[in-house]
Design a protein around this ligand. Sequence first.
Ligand code: KIV
Length: 307
Amino acid sequence: MEARRPVTTAKLRKMKEDRVPISVITAYDYPSAMLAEQAGIDAILVGDSLGNVVLGYDSTIPVTLEDMIYHTKAVTRAAKTSFVIADMPFMTYHGSVDQTLRNAARLMQEGLAKALKLEGGAEIVPAVQALTQAGIPVMAHIGLTPQSIHQIGGYKVQGKSSAQAEKLLEDAKALEQAGAFAIVLELVTDELAAHLTQTLSIPTIGIGAGASCDGQVLVFHDLLGYAADIHPKRFVKTYAHIGEAIRNGIRQYVDEVKGRSFPAQEHAFHMEDEVAASLYGGGGSSAQAEPASAEEKRVKEPAGQRE
Ligand code: KIV
């Protein structure tokens, strides 16, 4: 099979033009990014949802720039063709333009992200302009913006009233004008998302924003049922139940350790019979099973597992 070419901002825009849906998933570490890459995902978002689903916080607000750099590094080591976008965390783009650029530079140079995502509307236009002028692709994020959760007052659908919908339309246009290459629409009405998708020339990526967006993004742990305490969300479809599989696997391991059925003979390593005999009088160290002859052991233990 022909190797996939790396996804770029130009490719994402072309996908919108050609009406090819864009698939995005969040990831926060090397194995999940590798699995997403192998599954053919277009883009990976190192979201600050990291705070909720990996670090155990109850919002994204405690997530730091250092956290984001650390996890972005792990993701970009795995994602060779998927386009990696990293979230700028809480209050890292609200100070001076200088400070915003310095923070962004760290995510790009140390994390090796290809683009950055910022939450907010018209009020973040100066930051978006400064970043895009510095050559950093920016993904905007409007609607439900979790970094402002205390101001919004809860995880509520946005854009229901005409005033809200008009404000979001103005924000989206301003962000496109400022140079954003794409925009996340989180928890907004289907009707507004459809209108924004038609109006904007940049791709819209929806989460809880209906089917008319140019692409969709879901949080890794939601999509795969990978959480200790998952709260069902209406806009999420769960495609696997890996949390349950992991819990069952660990439960079986606990049972087998307690019942002494793990480790079994095939997991053990042995010394030559003569060495065992000279040291321990011929019985070997395992009280559980008859020691095999040296020849049998060589056959049973694959070369890579022999000590
Ligand atoms: O942090 C995140 O995972 C996000 C997505 C929900 C879009 O911002």
